[in-house]
Design a protein around this ligand. Structure first.
Ligand SMILES: C[S@@+](CC[C@H](N)C(=O)[O-])C[C@H]1O[C@@H](n2cnc3c(N)ncnc32)[C@H](O)[C@@H]1O
Length: 412
């Protein structure tokens, strides 16, 4: 005879589960992420109608005039009395929820936590809370969960995937040495197959965070040789560095990364990570730092623009030719923009002059950077169209530049 299992649905806070210790074989959860969505306020819209129509069938669920909000795990500055308090409230509650999962899970049980957050600070809290709860991450899976057409995805660097973190309640080794942990994480990132799967930008970064916490979480404590305890902030800094190094190599199809300036690498990495979106200053700073660029020293002087708390990396179409021409020191990217602006106006001789004078006209790295940037951009991007148009005439252009040089050589 078939055994029928009737599910029980109940309403309770994840921070106070009404179940005894070691009760569940499995726990699945998709926790909220700071202030991403104010679920309770949104629910009020439906709640008032449901209360009227089916409230008498479920009186215990509809006992309050609006959705109960005090235990909601969210960072809401209005409700919690300012930004700092809201952040603290969210972090305390999330930690409590993870501790509850640990408590109710059977010793051989499995917990799956779905997480996605594009800011590194969101990850920092999650990793510290998760590891402090005693749960040990044993596997992680990036899964494409988000609709590309949703409102948030349009103008921002929205994520397409979530990471499913599989955790168990198991013994951990006492101490892991950061140098060993780093070595293993690096090997994992360099040998992963995610790149071939087409996972790019912030999604690639968070998938690598998943792999990193599998290694990091095996220890009760990770320390460096100076005796410092390593927490999620240092772990994430390291993951970013390795991802940066790996991504640059992959985007440029190996080889020329060593020849390029930090600023050029930053540009390529930015387009790969965020395409043309504006990004919060702190996230932008972390990306820049991972490649050795101090954002504060370069913004508003070149293609990096700061607008209040956001950073935008300008493409050729956002810049004025005169501004680039007047720059005292030009990076490869500035020259590329200058050339593309001439190209877009059909000024072929000007374009050749710039390429010849700067020496980039016969420089393979210059064209490979242009190609790499184009590959990171979507088909409808203006910048991509300019790059592809310019690159389609590359061979002829190189011959013409050589020809000019030869003629000038003969005249001398
Ligand atoms: C990221 S969403 C989950 C979305 C869900 N997986 C779906 O696809 O519809 C997080 C959910 O956690 C709920 N939540 C917030 N605080 C909670 C708490 N203290 N206890 C239980 N759930 C809570 C929110 O209301 C929201 O529905």
């Amino acid at each position: 005879m078939k055994k029928i299992i009737i599910p029980t649905v109940l309403q309770a806070s994840a921070t106070e589960l009404p179940y005894p210790d070691n009760y569940f074989d499995a726990v699945f959860t998709d926790p909220p992420y700071y202030d991403n969505i104010n679920y309770a306020e949104l629910s009020d819209f439906f709640y008032v109608w449901l209360k009227r129509s089916i409230g008498d069938l479920y009186p215990e669920l509809f006992s309050t005039p609006l959705v109960p909000k005090s235990k909601e795990i969210v960072a809401n500055p209005v409700r919690h009395g300012g930004e700092a308090k809201a952040k603290e409230f969210f972090e305390t509650m999330l930690k409590r929820a993870f501790q509850e999962i640990y408590r109710v899970l059977k010793p051989n049980g499995i917990a799956v936590i779905v997480y996605t957050h594009k800011s590194t600070s969101g990850w920092e809290t999650m990793i510290n809370s998760l590891l402090d709860s005693g749960l040990v991450p044993t596997a992680s899976w990036p899964i494409d969960t988000e609709m590309k057409t949703r409102l948030l995805a349009k103008d921002s660097a929205a994520l397409a995937s979530s990471i499913y973190i599989v955790c168990r309640k198991m013994e951990r080794e006492d101490i892991g040495w950061f140098s060993d942990v780093k070595k293993e994480i690096r090997e994992r990132i360099f040998n992963n197959l995610l790149w071939e799967e087409g996972i790019a930008g912030p999604d690639f970064f968070i998938a690598c965070i998943g792999s990193a916490i599998e290694v990091f979480g095996r220890y009760k404590k990770v320390m460096d040789y100076e005796g410092n305890v390593i927490r999620a902030d240092k772990l994430l800094e390291f993951v970013r560095e390795v991802v940066t190094e790996y991504a640059i190599k992959q985007i440029l199809h190996n080889g020329i990364a060593g020849e390029l300036s930090a600023l050029t690498k930053f540009y390529i990495l930015w387009r790969w990570s965020f395409r043309e979106a504006k990004v919060e200053f702190d996230e932008a700073r972390k990306l820049a730092q991972s490649i050795g660029v101090h954002l504060e020293r370069v913004w508003n002087r070149s293609f990096i623009k700061r607008d209040r708390n956001y950073i935008k990396v300008l493409g050729p179409q956002d810049r004025r030719l005169e501004d680039i021409e007047n720059m005292r020191e030009k990076d490869l990217i500035d020259v590329l923009h200058q050339v593309l602006l001439h190209w877009s106006k059909g000024r072929r001789d000007e374009m050749k002059r710039v390429l010849k004078e700067t020496g980039y006209g016969e420089n393979d790295a210059f064209y490979r950077v242009a190609q790499a940037v184009s590959e990171t951009l979507p088909n409808d991007s203006k910048e991509k169209k300019l790059l592809d148009g310019f690159l389609s005439g590359k061979d002829r252009l190189i011959l013409e530049i050589k020809d000019i040089k030869d003629k000038q050589g003969r005249l001398l």
